[in-house]
Design a protein around this ligand. Structure first.
Ligand SMILES: [Zn+2]
Ligand SMILES: [Zn+2]
Length: 317
């Protein structure tokens, strides 16, 4: 089969021919219809986080069809042991033996892949594969981050890429006001945020007209955290939603005082996936996508790094 592999971190992805994967016990063989590109793929490519194995086929937002014709989604969480203290307390996202798709397990930048059936999400038929793919990481880990903002009525989203463009729609649907922060001067993305229902959009160097009850930081830039903290109302929360972030600069305790919180979000549970896939058509979440053929996966990552598209890049083999 055709595939694109990361042989060495820090080096470009390479198109190759690989033998067809063979499903083990409990695994499904999937024809990949579409695979969304996540910033985590870029972090792996750029050696900002460690790959579980090398070489590895990246891609953990896979829409595939099974041999018996079902359509399923394969997310980042690819395996848990089911018995560690986290699995036993409903926190499988923190499983000590978790394995992740497209890092520990070959992912979806390929014509075919295999996945543990217990971690595959059934997908509704009325969404195209390309439209559904971005829901599988940006959407559902974004949704987990949104849950951690509680009932925040005013919500800041820092970094308006794949996850934010979906979570903005969910938050507006829930009756919240969204304040979108982009790179300073990025008027194209600010316009995009307003088109998806944001009340206000501006640069990270600007202040919104209200105090925020919560902020979600999707951009991998630690320097945004103290700035977001300063915009919070008392009792507010900053949720860091990415797997990697540059160092967070120090800040005055006064900015955290009055029960403000900073927290991270790690991975997902299967319940997050089921809840979000059920919720997305009700909003409805409309994904903005840019398609790339499989052999152009390296270009897709370069365009993500440079911020050349709005929404999500999707690889179509
Ligand atoms: Zn476990
Ligand atoms: Zn991801």
């Amino acid at each position: 089969m055709r595939a694109v592999v990361l042989e060495q971190q820090g080096q470009p992805l390479k198109p190759v021919d690989l033998p067809d994967p063979v499903p083990g016990p409990g695994q499904l063989l999937l024809e990949v219809q579409a695979c969304g590109v996540c910033r985590t793929d870029l972090h792996l490519r750029d050696a900002e986080i460690e790959a579980g194995k090398l070489p590895v086929v990246l891609g953990h937002q896979i829409v595939g069809t099974t041999e018996d014709g079902r359509r399923v989604g394969v997310p980042w969480l690819g395996y848990t042991d089911g018995e560690c203290r986290y699995c036993r307390t409903d926190r499988e996202n923190l499983c000590v033996n978790a394995r992740f798709t497209g890092s520990d397990i070959d992912g979806g930048y390929a014509e075919r892949t295999v996945a543990d059936e217990r971690f595959c999400l059934p997908l509704p038929d009325d969404l195209s594969a390309e439209q559904a793919a971005p829901l599988l990481c940006g959407g559902l880990i974004g949704y987990r981050a949104l849950r951690f903002t509680g009932d925040a009525a005013t919500l800041g989203l820092f970094g308006f890429g794949s996850a934010a463009h979906m979570i903005c729609q969910v938050a507006v649907h829930q009756g919240r006001e969204v304040y979108a922060f982009t790179r300073p001067g990025d008027e194209r993305t600010q316009k995009f945020a307003k088109s998806l229902g944001a009340t206000w959009a501006g640069g990270t160097d600007e202040a919104p007209p209200v105090q925020l009850d919560a902020a979600i930081i999707f951009a991998p830039a630690g320097e945004l955290v103290p700035g977001a903290l300063k915009l919070l109302a008392p009792g507010g929360t900053v949720v860091c939603a990415g797997i990697h972030m540059s160092d967070i600069p120090s800040f005055a305790y006064e900015d955290l005082w009055h029960e403000r919180t900073i927290r991270s979000v790690a991975n997902l549970t299967r319940r997050d996936g089921e809840e979000f896939i059920a919720l997305a058509p009700k909003v409805p979440v409309r994904t903005t996508i840019t398609k790339y053929p499989l052999e152009q996966a390296e270009t897709a990552l370069a365009d993500l790094r440079a911020g050349r598209f709005e929404g999500t890049a999707v690889i179509v083999p």
